[in-house]
Design a protein around this ligand. Structure first.
Ligand SMILES: [Zn+2]
Ligand SMILES: [Zn+2]
Length: 412
């Protein structure tokens, strides 16, 4: 008997990833326990039915996006859960701010950890480039076989050299490459974060008033890009308390911008202030105040201002009104605009006659980079996950073994 591989969920969809590797001795590793992207908020009971919860297993979470960790609270309490140390902090913050404090504790690795043992397996986390901070590929060895799971990755972000480096010195003798394929079937160009920075600089230079930007506070690459563009154009970036909290928790020992940096202010809004009070974290807000700015002072400024639906009401009650001199940039996946949560910010600015821009790049590798990566790894078999176009787009990946969700394959 050899290692067995089961993709419980992800062979036909993006998100909700859950993959099992079973050792001939019966030990099991679960790669990710993601929440399906279409699961309604608060919905429970979404773990794949094929995942046997009656036997022990160890869970490895590749990165802090909910479509990879969002179901861990439903896993058996006895199962150890591992993830990167930065990832654990970002997952905790999501629980705190949504007022659903996280009950599970994580065992953590970091980017310098090197290989560690999980029962008869050896696991090596490999830091990679993705729109999530602290994202890893995972090399799993056991039973004489070697599997590489890409998690989510790209090759055009601020950590692209990590992927280049890995392609130049690929791990040897990979039996199975489990690879994501989010962008397969799309020909939209991917831009690097440096190219985005140039476009943000141009937008900030040509805009007379404020530049509102909607982006995810956990997309640290994007925060850095926007901060750099603001600095280069002599503007001040005003982030919300949540984004300041994210930076505060992960930036220690890094060069990442945070409260106290020049050209950076934290907008202290009523809504988030109450949220932090309810979390029992008024001390955090107090700490931010010396580098804070009230929403009122955004009026008449030329700041670069973080915007999303949850902030609009606080801005409005402080008298902040967009004008035709302002601009809005939506810096997230376009598909989100079909959700009121995201479209409201856009409409608020559009109705005022502000310029609407779209400066964004994907958090995932282009089809060309996906194929180049697979070619450089030279696995015996490629098993596709995290994509919806694999059936028509699996050419150029070498020997592809297409599994169904819940189907078990023996690794030859
Ligand atoms: Zn994902
Ligand atoms: Zn992701």
């Amino acid at each position: 008997m050899s290692l067995q591989l089961t993709v419980h969920r992800g062979t036909q969809q993006i998100g909700g990833s859950c993959i099992e590797i079973t050792h001939p001795h019966g030990d099991r590793i679960i790669l990710d326990a993601g929440r399906p992207l279409d699961a309604p908020d608060g919905a429970t009971g979404r773990l794949p039915a094929s995942l046997d919860r009656s036997r022990p297993a160890t869970v490895l979470i590749s990165h802090p996006h909910q479509d990879h960790w969002g179901l861990v609270e439903e896993l058996p309490p006895a199962w150890p859960i591992w993830t990167g140390s930065g990832s654990a902090k970002l997952i905790a913050i999501t629980g705190d701010v949504t007022r659903r404090p996280f009950t599970r504790t994580f065992e953590t690795w970091d980017s310098r950890s090197g290989p560690f043992a999980v029962g008869p397996f050896t696991v090596t986390p490999i830091l990679t480039d993705h729109s999530a901070f602290d994202a890893y590929m995972l090399l799993v060895e056991g039973g004489g076989k070697r599997l590489l799971y890409t998690g989510d990755f790209r090759r055009h972000g601020r950590k692209s050299t990590l992927v280049d480096w890995m392609m130049a010195r690929p791990p040897a003798d990979i039996d199975v490459l489990l690879t994501e394929g989010t962008n397969l079937g799309s020909d939209k160009p991917v831009m690097s974060e440096n190219e985005l920075e140039r476009d943000f600089v141009e937008l900030m230079e040509r805009t007379k008033g404020r530049v509102f930007i909607a982006w995810s506070g956990q997309n640290i690459d994007r925060t850095v890009t926007i901060y750099r563009a603001a600095k280069r154009t002599g503007r001040t970036l005003a982030i919300d308390l949540y984004t300041a909290d994210v930076l505060d928790r992960i930036s220690e020992g890094t060069g990442l911008p945070r409260a106290g940096f020049p050209n950076l202010k934290v907008i202290v809004t009523r809504g988030l202030r109450c949220n932090y009070r309810d979390q029992g974290r008024e001390d955090f807000v107090k700490r931010m105040v010396p580098n804070g700015i009230s929403a009122k002072r955004l009026e008449g400024s030329r700041n670069v201002v973080m915007l999303r639906r949850g902030l609009i009401r606080d801005y409005q009650s402080a008298g902040v009104v967009p004008t035709g001199d302002d601009a809005l940039n939506f810096s997230m996946w376009r598909g989100y605009l079909s959700e009121p949560y995201h479209s409201e910010a856009l409409e608020w600015c559009r109705a005022a006659g502000a310029e609407i821009a779209y400066i964004h790049t994907s958090g995932h590798a282009s089809p060309a980079d996906l194929r180049a990566f697979a070619a450089s790894i030279r696995p015996k078999i490629v098993v596709p996950v995290h994509g919806v176009q694999w059936d028509g787009e699996s050419h150029g990946f070498g020997m592809v073994r297409r599994l169904a969700d819940g189907e078990t394959m023996e690794i030859p």
